[in-house]
Design a binder for this molecule. Structure first.
Ligand code: AMP
Length: 499
């Protein structure tokens, strides 16, 4: 039996998942997932790694369907509940899903897609109701999960992980962050992405902990759960922390104290999936008494670098390699960098690293240097800790012969009292190679002009070259993980009349 499921058997009556419909034990989860497996298997004995796409809201049924697919010998392909039809069609088609499972709320979106492709379609209300079957024996080397991840260019790629990869991705975090059965995590992350699936849901279930799942992120609800639930853990992306900070700031003084006290009871709060601005790190510490633990990872590798659970959590840094993960930096010719203060590409080797990009052998080959995965992210080591400089393709700007990190410039801009958020991109330029361009969101009620910013930037940004183009905006385009979509910002600057 898969170790994740064998462990669940040991936790039996303990609460595994709490959602809108109540509390579900590990036994409930195993029972329901065997039902799903039974229904998927029909007359066959083993799905033999057939991809099964599923769209189920965050909660117990999501986990039951995921585990049901695995127990039947299938590969889980979670669909994003907020994606429009063309994206869903793409993922179902590209993953070559042979079965689609949908919650009744999503029947209208998915039944036609399954019909057009002539593949089996099930509703969760059907698959969660049948007999317990005999299940196939599963080796850990089997494919388990296909997650779609958007690169900076082109269509999203299917990242294939085996059960062995997932087990390694889970166990490193269990060890580093000391998960125990007494933990209780509040889960607010999307469940078609590694952060929500591995770090929050599967780590909790591996540990025998309790996962309290909200159907979607809502700042008021999260504060309410912080105050009223016995939580020990919380994990989120910086955008979520920013919304929680706004929620706290809007609350009356007396409420604020209660909210802050509630936060301080948790044992760990984690941030990742995008750079955590230093001012946000500091503000959150004032509010919650937590120094956020920032970590770095990727769909292809799980988590690789993390600030320590015990020891110094340094703002603006992502710490050190996690247990069982090897990390190195290389220069543009692939030479390994051995000294601190040299910027280079992060390369990772571990049992958690994925198998391949589905159906893209050439892209898979190019993603590795020997047995090391090339992340496409640049970093530097300073006093022992890694600091992320950004994605080579969008955040490393080559201007006037210098390489500058967009993330560093953004960090400078956030020290401006009237700027709430900032995104910096490089735009092709004959004279400079690339021009540094910045878009900024003013703080509430603040008024800013591009000219003022240009003046302000002139002094402070001299080491990074002056941003030459500006735009003041009310919001950035973001993906479902809250990451700023920089190619879209680039096109603002490339369109006439910007700045
Ligand atoms: P995804 O595969 O969607 O999880 O995205 C992974 C990418 O997010 C990485 O390649 C990084 O560019 C970025 N990322 C993840 N964690 C961090 C972090 N702590 N700081 C900066 N960027 C991060």
């Amino acid at each position: 039996m898969l170790p994740l499921l064998a462990r669940a058997g040991e936790h039996d009556e303990r609460p595994a998942i709490i959602d809108q419909n109540g509390t579900h034990s590990y036994r409930d989860l195993l029972f329901a997932s065997r039902n799903v497996a039974s229904c998927l298997l029909g007359d066959t004995h083993d799905l033999e790694e057939a991809p099964v796409a599923f769209m189920v809201p965050a909660g117990f049924e999501y986990a039951a369907v995921q585990w049901g697919i695995w127990q039947a010998g299938g590969v889980a392909v979670p669909l994003c509940v907020s994606h429009p039809s063309p994206e869903l069609e793409y993922v179902v088609g590209d993953s070559k899903a042979q079965v689609v499972i949908a919650h009744p709320d999503f029947e209208n979106a998915l039944r036609p897609i399954a019909k057009a492709r002539n593949i089996l379609f099930h509703l969760t209300s059907d698959v969660l109701r049948s007999e317990i079957p005999s299940l196939p024996y599963l080796k850990l080397t089997r494919d388990a999960l296909i997650l779609y991840t958007s690169g900076t260019t082109g269509k999203p790629r299917g990242v294939v992980c085996t059960h062995h990869n997932l087990t390694a991705q889970i166990t490193t975090l269990i060890e580093a962050w000391k998960w125990t059965p007494d933990d209780r995590i509040l889960h607010v992350l999307p469940l078609h992405h590694t952060h929500g699936i591995v770090n929050a849901l599967l780590c909790a279930l591996w540990a025998g902990a309790t996962c309290e799942i909200l159907p979607r992120f809502d700042a008021t609800k999260v504060w309410e759960r912080f105050v009223h639930s016995d939580l020990t853990l919380f994990m989120a992306v910086p955008t979520i922390y920013s919304k929680l900070i706004s929620g706290w700031e809007k609350a009356p003084e007396k409420e604020r104290r209660k909210m802050s006290r509630a936060c301080a009871r948790l044992r760990l709060m984690v941030s990742g999936s995008a750079a955590l601005p230093i001012d946000m790190f500091e503000k959150w510490e004032q509010i919650s008494s937590h120094r956020l633990l920032e970590r770095y990872g990727m769909t292809e590798i799980g988590m690789a670098l993390s600030n320590p659970l015990e020891g110094e959590r340094r703002a603006g840094f992502v710490g050190l390699p996690l247990p069982g993960v090897e990390v190195r930096l290389t220069d543009s010719s692939g030479q390994v960098l051995t000294q601190e203060h040299q910027a280079g590409e992060i390369q990772v080797r571990s049992e958690g690293v994925f198998q391949d990009y589905l159906g893209q052998p050439e892209a898979t080959r190019q993603a590795f240097q020997d047995s090391w995965f090339r992340t496409g992210d640049e970093a530097i080591v300073e006093n022992g800790y890694y600091r992320i400089l950004g994605r080579s393709s969008v955040d490393i700007i080559k201007t006037g012969g210098h390489k500058v990190s967009a993330l560093e410039i953004e960090e400078k801009f956030r020290t401006h009292p009237l700027i709430q958020e900032c995104a910096v991109v490089g735009i092709e330029d004959e004279e400079w190679g690339e021009r540094v361009c910045a878009a900024a969101i003013p703080g509430p009620g603040a008024s800013l002009s591009p000219d003022e910013l240009r003046r302000w930037g002139k002094e402070r940004l001299a080491p990074y070259k002056n941003p030459s183009d500006w735009v003041i905006v009310t919001e950035f385009p973001r993906n479902t993980m809250g990451k700023v979509i920089k190619p879209a910002i680039r096109s603002w600057f490339q369109s006439p009349g910007s700045g």
